[in-house]
Design a protein around this ligand. Structure first.
Ligand code: ADE
Length: 355
C-alpha cells in the first residue's frame, strides 16, 4: 500500500500557525511528523476499539468476497485520527489511497481528474467532505453509486451527455460536522462511523508509542502527565511529546518523568486539564462578566477577539466534552467544575466530568 499524493493534495488549504499546540486541527508543521509516526495496521492503531472491530470485519468480508469496500464516512472532532484510520483501512485492504480535501476540489475538473485517475479497488479519501460544493457533489453521486461519470459535450441544442465508466473505488469521507453534510451525500455512504475522544490511558499508550519511535525515554507517570493534558486528542498528545522532549533534552538529560512533564507543560501554559490561555480566558469571561452565563457565542467571540467559528470548531468541543462548558438554548454556561478548576468559590458540589 502506498499513499499517493498528487498535486491536488498541495491545494489543500492549511491553517495559518497561531498557537497550534493545544488546537486539534492540522497545521502545516504537523504534516511530516504525523506521517512519520502514523500507525499502519489495526494493531498499531490505539483506541477507537469498537470502531476498529467493526472495520476489521468489514475489511475481512470485502477481502473474502473479493469485492471493493463500501464507501465509508468517518465523523468526529479534529485530531482523533480519521485520516490515519483511512490509511490503515487501505493498508489492510492492500490498496493505494489518494488523499485530498473538499476545499481542494473547487472546480469540476478537480474532482473529475481524481476520479478518472483512480485504479480498481483504490481508496479516495476526502477530508472536510461537508465543504464539497454542489457541483462536485453531483459529479460524485453517479461515481459513488454506479461508478460512472456524466460528462456533457456541445452547447445548448447539441448538448450530449456521455456516460464514462470508471473503475470501482471506495470513497472514505471525513468530517468534523456530519450535520452539515447534505442528505443525498450522507445516504450514499454504506457505513458511517463516529470517532470518540480518547481516554487518558489510551493517550498514554499513544505517548509511549510515539516516544518509542522518536527514541525518547519516558516513564509511566511522565506519559500519563502528557496524556491527561492532551484534550482527549492524539494529535495534541503527539505535539506535546515533541515539546516536552525538547524541554527534557535542553534542561535535563532528555528523559521525561512526571516532574519534567509538569514543568514543561506549565511553561507552555497548558494546565492540568489541558486548557490553554484562550480556554481559560473564555471561561473566566463568562464567570466574571456574565455571572457564569448563559451568554451568546457572538458576545464571547467579540469580547475575547476570536471569531465564532474558531470558538465553535476549535475551543468548544473539548470544553463541552469535559463538562466545563455547557450549551443551552440561551447561550453558553460554565459548570461548577469550571469554577473550581479556575479557583473560584462555588457552593455546588457537583461531580467533575473530566475523563
Ligand atoms: N498517533 C495518532 N493517533 C494514533 C493512534 N490512534 N494510535 C497510535 N498512534 C497514533
Amino acid at each position: 500500500m502506498s499513499i499517493i499524493s498528487d498535486d491536488f493534495e498541495n491545494k489543500t488549504p492549511i491553517k495559518k500557525e497561531k498557537n497550534p499546540i493545544t488546537k486539534a486541527e492540522s497545521f502545516e508543521s504537523d504534516k511530516n511528523f504525523e506521517n512519520s509516526i502514523r500507525p499502519k495496521t489495526f494493531d498499531e492503531y490505539i483506541g477507537q476499539t469498537s470502531l476498529k472491530e467493526a472495520l476489521k470485519i468489514t475489511v475481512a468480508a470485502a477481502k473474502k468476497r473479493n469485492q471493493t469496500l463500501d464507501h465509508l464516512l468517518f465523523y468526529g472532532p479534529p485530531g482523533l485520527g480519521k485520516t490515519t484510520l483511512a490509511g490503515v483501512v487501505a493498508e489492510q485492504m492492500g490498496v493505494d489511497i489518494k488523499i485530498t480535501s473538499a476545499p481542494a476540489l473547487e472546480r469540476p475538473r478537480d474532482i473529475i481528474g481524481i476520479l478518472m485517475s483512480l485504479k480498481g479497488g483504490e481508496i479516495l479519501f476526502i477530508d472536510e467532505i461537508h465543504r464539497l460544493n454542489r457541483v462536485a457533489e453531483e459529479i460524485l453521486y453517479p461515481a459513488m453509486e454506479d461508478f460512472y461519470l456524466d460528462m456533457t459535450t456541445g452547447k445548448s441544442q447539441t448538448v450530449k451527455t456521455l456516460r464514462i465508466p470508471i473503475p470501482k473505488f471506495t470513497l472514505i469521507g471525513a468530517t468534523t460536522k456530519a450535520g452539515e453534510l447534505s442528505g443525498p451525500l450522507r445516504d450514499r455512504f454504506g457505513i458511517v462511523h463516529r470517532l470518540e475522544f480518547y481516554s487518558t490511558q489510551e493517550l498514554s499508550d499513544v505517548v509511549k508509542r510515539t516516544t518509542n519511535i522518536l527514541n525518547i525515554k519516558i516513564d509511566e507517570k511522565g506519559a500519563y502527565e502528557i496524556a491527561r493534558r492532551s484534550r482527549g486528542t492524539p494529535r495534541i498528545a503527539n505535539r506535546l511529546v515533541k515539546r516536552v522532549g525538547d524541554y527534557a533534552l535542553v534542561k535535563f538529560s532528555g528523559q521525561i518523568d512526571e516532574e519534567i512533564a509538569k514543568d514543561a507543560l506549565s511553561t507552555l501554559k497548558i494546565d492540568e486539564f489541558g486548557l490553554d490561555t484562550t480556554d481559560r480566558t473564555l471561561l473566566k469571561l463568562i464567570i466574571e462578566k456574565y455571572d457564569g452565563g448563559p451568554v451568546g457565542i457572538e458576545t464571547i467571540a467579540a469580547a475575547i477577539g476570536e471569531d465564532v467559528r474558531t470558538l465553535e470548531d476549535v475551543c468548544e468541543p473539548y470544553l463541552l466534552q469535559s463538562g466545563l462548558l455547557q450549551r443551552t438554548p440561551r447561550g453558553r454556561k460554565v459548570s461548577p467544575a469550571a469554577y473550581r478548576h479556575l479557583g473560584y468559590k462555588t457552593t455546588c458540589n457537583c461531580q467533575q466530568n473530566l475523563f
